[in-house]
Design a protein around this ligand. Structure first.
Ligand code: PLP
Length: 444
């Protein structure tokens, strides 16, 4: 398939035989070599011009098993899940779940469910208003204060999602003519915030303080640097002390998105900044409640003045309905459990070490993760969905990730480890993954 960005629109998708005819590689169906970028730009004046070629492609690849996304779960995101296989219509029961962000197993804890039920009785389902108008309940207030106390900052503010926290904070603070420099692996919500802010956007090489230094050099004006606590596709962490030094040198503010690291890293679970002993040197602490707390929503924690300003200028919060009070009630309980049960974090890190060893012993190729997010490197963009399907048939639920979410030829399965996994889950999972990857010659 052509790499041309216009390919999907200017040419019709080749009619492909899903068994492989027409592919540049005889064992891979041709349509598998396409990706979303083929349907991004197109000629013509009609905004619907790309719908038809996309639909043509999609109608071929979906039944061929390409589309392993949006498979409906019929259970809580626990360590074993029941999933409807949309290709065969079968219900696949008891799959070992390595796909959910429920890193501490909190989303379905009885205490959390009970808190949610109680709040439903008092508040009903939704908050029915923007947080600045009628959407703030006593629960929202209390939770924002609890988050500030947990993070050890003067104040905190809640957002409807982690995505909107990034977009609203970045675009709320930065303006046209300012400079934002983010790590090249920054999440889409950071990138979208940068675009929305209209500030000059630059990216520094992943985790490289020397490149950050270069990218900040020679710019006079407001500068914001953005990094993540745990990079969501690679599972590695930033060298914060080095990055802080560079920010100081250039008078840049530093924001850290601890979406995947808050509540699990550090002696008290505050995150990677705490783990590296630099939490007081970060200007903006941002994160989500959709991962380790097993709920939904985002936050920013920092100085009171920053929070006051964001209250006025974060449009993604201002112009959006507040989090459901029911969700907030569950989050308050989840935060309480995460704080008073440090053994959850201990168990998570034990599980991570166990899984890393099991995979290594079985020769399964892993990225350079130092966290509970373990990339299993396949590097075969066309075959990753077939391998994913086989893994599902073997009883494993794990998400394939390919271009453009990661670089070309950097396809991987993104494995999430949870404190709730048992040793038996990990052993059975590693064995099955090694078995399937072994069939493709991917184990060393
Ligand atoms: C680093 C990072 N930031 C922000 C988000 C968005 O968070 P949410 O899903 O809560 O909107 C994600 C989601 O995966 C993420 O990985």
């Amino acid at each position: 398939m052509s790499d041309s960005k216009n390919a999907g629109a200017t040419t019709s998708v080749r009619r492909v035989d899903v068994e492989g005819e027409g592919s540049t590689n005889p064992t891979i169906p041709a349509a598998m070599e396409y990706d979303y970028t083929n349907f991004y730009f197109g000629a013509g004046d009609d905004p619907f011009a790309l719908l038809e070629p996309f639909d043509e492609w999609y109608s071929q690849v979906e039944p061929a098993g390409y589309y392993l996304y949006e498979l409906p779960l019929h259970t809580a995101p626990g360590t074993r899940v029941d999933i409807k296989d949309t290709k065969t219509g079968e219900m696949r029961r008891g799959l070992i779940n390595f796909a959910s962000y429920n890193y501490l197993g909190l989303s379905y804890r009885p205490e959390v469910k009970e808190a949610i039920k109680e709040a439903t009785d008092v508040y009903g389902g939704g908050s029915s208003g923007s947080p600045i108008l009628s959407g703030t309940t006593a629960l929202h207030r209390a939770f924002a204060e609890e988050m500030a106390a947990f993070k050890g900052t003067e104040a905190a503010i809640l957002f409807p999602t982690g995505y909107s926290a990034n977009v609203g904070t970045i675009a709320g603070l930065m303006r046209s003519g300012d400079l934002i420099v983010a790590d090249q692996f920054a999440h889409a919500s950071i990138v979208d915030g940068m675009i929305l802010s209209k500030a000059k956007s630059r990216f520094f090489r992943h985790n490289r303080a020397d490149d950050l230094d270069r990218k900040l050099s020679g710019f006079d004006g407001k500068k914001l640097v953005i990094v993540e606590g745990v990079y969501s596709m690679d599972g590695d962490v930033p060298p914060l002390a080095e990055l802080i030094e560079v920010c100081r040198k250039h008078g840049a503010r530093l924001m850290i998105d601890e979406a995947h690291s808050a509540f699990v890293f550090g002696p008290t679970g505050k995150g990677v900044a705490e783990d590296q002993g630099v939490e007081d040197e970060i200007d903006i602490h941002l994160g989500t409640f959709s991962k380790s707390l097993g709920g939904q929503g985002g936050y920013v924690a920092g100085p009171q003045r920053l929070i006051n300003y964001l209250r006025g200028f974060s449009r993604s919060r201002f112009f959006s309905c507040a989090l459901s009070p029911v969700v907030v009630a569950g989050l308050r309980k989840a935060l309480e459990l995460a704080s008073k049960e440090p053994e959850l974090r201990t168990k998570l890190w034990e599980n991570v070490a166990t899984m890393q060893k099991l995979l290594t012993d079985a020769g399964v190729p892993q990225g350079d993760s130092t966290s509970h997010v373990i990339p299993i490197m396949v590097r075969d963009d066309a075959r990753i969905f077939m391998i994913g399907e086989e893994l599902m048939r073997e009883g494993i639920f794990i998400n394939p990730v390919r271009y453009p979410a990661v670089g070309k030829h950097k396809s991987r399965f993104r494995m999430s480890i949870s404190a709730a996994h048992t040793r038996a889950d990990l052993e059975e999972g590693a064995e099955k993954i090694a078995k399937v990857l072994g069939r493709y010659g991917l184990c060393q």
